[in-house]
Design a protein around this ligand. Structure first.
Ligand code: PLP
Length: 394
């Protein structure tokens, strides 16, 4: 028999994954090119050439015992130093290797941070709509997810709503900007307001409320939009970064945790996060990938193609009569549904369009369209969207 927790998870198996499987089923029936699968945030554009070049050069030139062996649980010191230097160059900060722990993507980083910070029953706030796995990650450590709705229309975090939801057990708040699923970038003004509120609340609580900044989409910001670097606005910020999307390396599982020296209990937290990396069974982030990303810190995926998809899809949906949010970042479009979001996603399926209902992000009344697909997929899907509009809009 499996554990009660896993039984629950098995029964509620992620709607997004279920969609992915549905995509495969429809593709077998109708042909892959006739299924418009917008369900998963799996990048469609290949990693930039610098990644392959780095991997080839590393495997040809580095000592294999170093390249493929265990290292310190927190990662190679030279890699951590390069990550810190790159951040310093970009954000005028002063980090070094003692602030960086290499992680198994953002998901691995978040699990390490939760393991590090949480006692059973401790609360972590997420702003809805939010990435559905947060609840599952917290459950790994018997943490409690507290959902605070974002502001209507703008989808920015609401400091007043946050104030009402914080209790003596609140340990942290997760912020994700650019945001999955809305594509919104949290403005500097919003971040400043949140930081001031969190400072007040931490003082009232007599213990810090940490910001955990979940940043897989940091580099995916359009039109030169500014994505505030949160350690500059709030002392107790821990960053979980990932190259899954910025370098299209989602299957390689590589990211880092940034723990600034200024945060409360820095020494304890840094040491504990290293141990958490080990005892969660990650042991260390993948060694070859650590070395490879360190050579590609200035490389970027083809954001122009995502941008073209963004505009193409947004304009087409508007023309159909739908009401999408124009994304400032990431590669998701958040669209108001004219009927119940689950019914809308079902109606879309009839036209071989796969979307994720907003209910899966604790925000009914919307669907998420992941446009990290080929331009052809979007173009070919447009007649199907028009039929969906005819079925659902009146
Ligand atoms: N956080 C958010 C908001 C995401 O959208 C994702 C993946 O889609 C993750 C974390 C996990 O990213 P990673 O592949 O780096 O573990």
């Amino acid at each position: 028999m499996i554990s009660k927790k896993m039984m629950k998870l098995t029964q509620n198996n992620s709607v997004i994954r279920a969609m992915f499987e549905e995509g495969n089923r429809l593709a077998a029936l109708h042909g892959r090119e006739n299924v418009y699968d917008f369900s998963l945030g799996n990048p469609n554009f290949p990693a930039p050439p610098a990644v392959e070049e780095a991997i080839i050069s590393l495997t040809a030139n580095e000592d294999p015992m170093t390249l493929h062996g265990y290292m310190s649980n927190i990662g190679f010191p030279d890699v951590r130093r390069k990550v810190a230097d790159s951040l310093n160059k970009r954000f005028a900060t002063s980090f070094d290797e003692s602030n960086v722990i290499m992680s198994v993507g953002a998901a691995g980083g978040l699990n390490v941070v939760f393991k590090t910070l949480l006692d059973p029953g401790d609360e972590v706030v997420a702003i809805s709509p939010y990435f559905v796995e947060y609840g599952n990650y917290l459950d790994n450590f018997d943490g409690k997810l507290v959902v605070v709705p974002s502001m209507a229309e703008t989808f920015m975090p609401d400091a007043d709503a946050l104030r009402k939801s914080v209790t003596q057990r609140t340990k942290a708040i997760i912020l994700n900007s650019p945001n999955n699923p809305t594509g919104v970038i949290y403005s500097e003004e919003t971040i400043k307001g949140l930081a001031a509120t969190l400072e007040d609340l931490s003082r009232e609580n007599g213990s810090p409320i940490y910001i955990i900044s979940d940043e897989p989409y940091r580099e995916l910001a359009y039109d030169g939009a500014y994505v505030p670097f949160l350690t500059k606005y709030y002392k107790n910020t821990i960053v979980c970064y990932s190259w899954s999307k910025s370098l299209s390396l989602s299957g390689e599982r590589i990211g880092y945790i940034l723990i600034p020296s200024e945060i409360d209990d820095y020494k304890l937290i840094f040491e504990a996060a290293g141990i958490a990396t080990r005892v969660l069974g990650y042991v260390n982030a993948p060694s070859l990938m650590q070395k490879a990303v360190a050579e590609c810190l200035d490389a970027q995926v083809d954001i122009a193609s995502y941008d073209a998809n963004r505009k193409l899809l947004f304009n087409a949906l508007k023309e159909c009569g739908f009401d999408p949010v124009f994304p400032q970042g990431a590669f998701y479009m958040w669209v108001k549904t004219p009927c119940d979001d689950k019914e809308f996603a079902e109606a879309a399926k009839k036209h071989n369009i796969l979307l994720v209902p907003g209910t899966s992000f604790a925000c009914p009344g919307y669907v998420r369209i992941a446009y990290c697909v080929s331009k052809a997929t979007i173009e070919n899907s447009l007649p199907a969207f028009r039929k969906l509009a005819a079925d659902t809009l009146r």
